[in-house]
Design a binder for this molecule. Structure first.
Ligand SMILES: NC(=O)C1=CN([C@@H]2O[C@H](COP(=O)(O)OP(=O)(O)OC[C@H]3O[C@@H](n4cnc5c(N)ncnc54)[C@H](OP(=O)(O)O)[C@@H]3O)[C@@H](O)[C@H]2O)C=CC1
Ligand SMILES: Nc1nc2c(ncn2[C@@H]2O[C@H](COP(=O)(O)O)[C@@H](O)[C@H]2O)c(=O)[nH]1
Length: 328
């Protein structure tokens, strides 16, 4: 463990290869998860200030993956039915408390089987998550189960062995996370190295969750073993974002709070998240388009035509960060 190379997104640069395409528009950013193909290997975080039903519907209709949050529990069953009635995929989140087992039974009884279920727990390497994975796979095996979050190869293996179809890696690297300072644990500051470590052990797809600050970090995540990245803060500031719009000193902001913050929980108990304001930045589709173009450019620098080409490029560790005093 003490010999494990430790680095994060800003400590790495990918090394270019000869370009083999004539235009970046030729580069293919599509990715398969389970039996479905999506336009981008990017999914907005399943948090209340990041996604709501209209955003989920927009993403599904336009060929992007989404994961609905689990914080409006009663809305989940009608949401699945509504999405599937429109021929769209249903992708929901669950926790691990006792009533979630009854919810899984209800899904089966009503034949409302979501295409994707994400088990969304802070410390996913736990018996409670393993039990829930097994229960879902026994009860509704057709659902693709994403389980997390974990930060070690042992965590990945145990969840995969329990039946998870994909695992989510990232304990504490998030922008509104305070787990790292409140508990002293996590992958904050070395998320990219943790991803690499976990990916070496994985037999199924990995979703890198948290700590993505620039679009280049998406290409780096794929280089280090992610099939998908989950992003909160970069999706928090849109016109469509569910967070409250705030005007401060004449500037527009959106609220972004952690799922383990007191704003989410409604009480100050086991708080591991905070609230921040992020600058308002226009429409969601503009960001999706810019991410697509940037990722197409990444693929061209990798010397390939698709995401696979990013998985093989060389990299260097850059001392004192890539920023060199600059910012975006
Ligand atoms: N990715 C990350 O780094 C983190 C993400 N989060 C997000 O915050 C939200 C809330 O997460 P979470 O608190 O897990 O969900 P819940 O509040 O639904 O807790 C789920 C269950 O796990 C128990 N539990 C939670 N944390 C621990 C722990 N460290 N050790 C033992 N048992 C535990 C809880 O009991 P009890 O409350 O009684 O302990 C509860 O029974 C999620 O959306 C999660 O993704 C939160 C922190 C870190
Ligand atoms: N430690 C905490 N992590 C949290 C909380 N709420 C969400 N999250 C995680 O953060 C990512 C998003 O990260 P970002 O860097 O892209 O903003 C999200 O997907 C969760 O895994 C929280 O309250 N505490």
């Amino acid at each position: 463990m003490n010999n494990l190379p430790v680095f994060d997104y800003e400590d790495i640069q990918l090394v270019p290869n000869k370009c083999i395409i004539n235009s970046r528009s030729e580069a293919d950013t599509s990715v398969k998860l389970g039996t479905h193909t999506f336009k981008l290997p990017v999914v907005p975080a399943n948090m209340q200030t990041i996604i709501d039903e209209p955003i989920a519907e927009y993403l599904a209709k336009n060929g992007y993956f989404y994961v609905m949050h689990r914080f409006d529990e009663a809305a989940r069953l009608p949401f699945i039915k509504k999405m599937q009635a429109q021929g769209l995929i249903a992708s929901i989140s669950v926790g691990v408390k006792d009533y979630e087992y009854a919810f899984i039974d209800e899904l089966k009884a009503q034949d409302a089987i979501p295409e994707f279920i994400t088990i969304d727990i802070a410390h996913g390497h736990s018996d409670s998550v393993i039990r829930m994975i097994k229960y879902i796979k026994e009860t509704i095996p057709e659902s693709f189960v994403i389980a997390g979050n974990v930060g070690t190869p042992e965590g990945v293996r145990e969840l995969e062995n329990a039946g998870a179809d994909a695992t989510k890696v990232g304990i504490g690297p998030g922008k509104v996370c305070i787990t790292k300072v409140k508990t002293g644990f996590g992958t904050g500051g070395w998320q990219l190295a943790a991803l690499r470590w976990c990916a070496k052990a994985a037999r199924k797809p990995i979703i890198a969750d948290g700590g993505i600050r620039t679009h280049g970090d998406i290409a780096k995540s794929i280089r280090f073993g992610a099939s998908f990245v989950m992003i909160g803060s970069l999706f928090a500031g849109h016109e469509e974002s569910p967070g409250k719009t705030i005007t401060k000193d004449g500037n527009l902001y959106k609220e972004y709070f952690g799922s383990a913050s007191e704003y989410q929980k409604g009480e100050k108990k086991n708080v591991e998240g905070k609230k921040i304001l992020v600058p308002h930045k226009g429409h969601l589709q503009d960001t999706l388009t810019e991410i697509t173009q940037d990722l197409q450019s990444s693929i061209s620098y990798a010397g390939g035509r698709d995401l696979e080409s990013l998985t093989k490029v060389d990299y260097v560790i850059v001392k004192n960060s890539i920023w060199n005093g600059d910012s975006i």
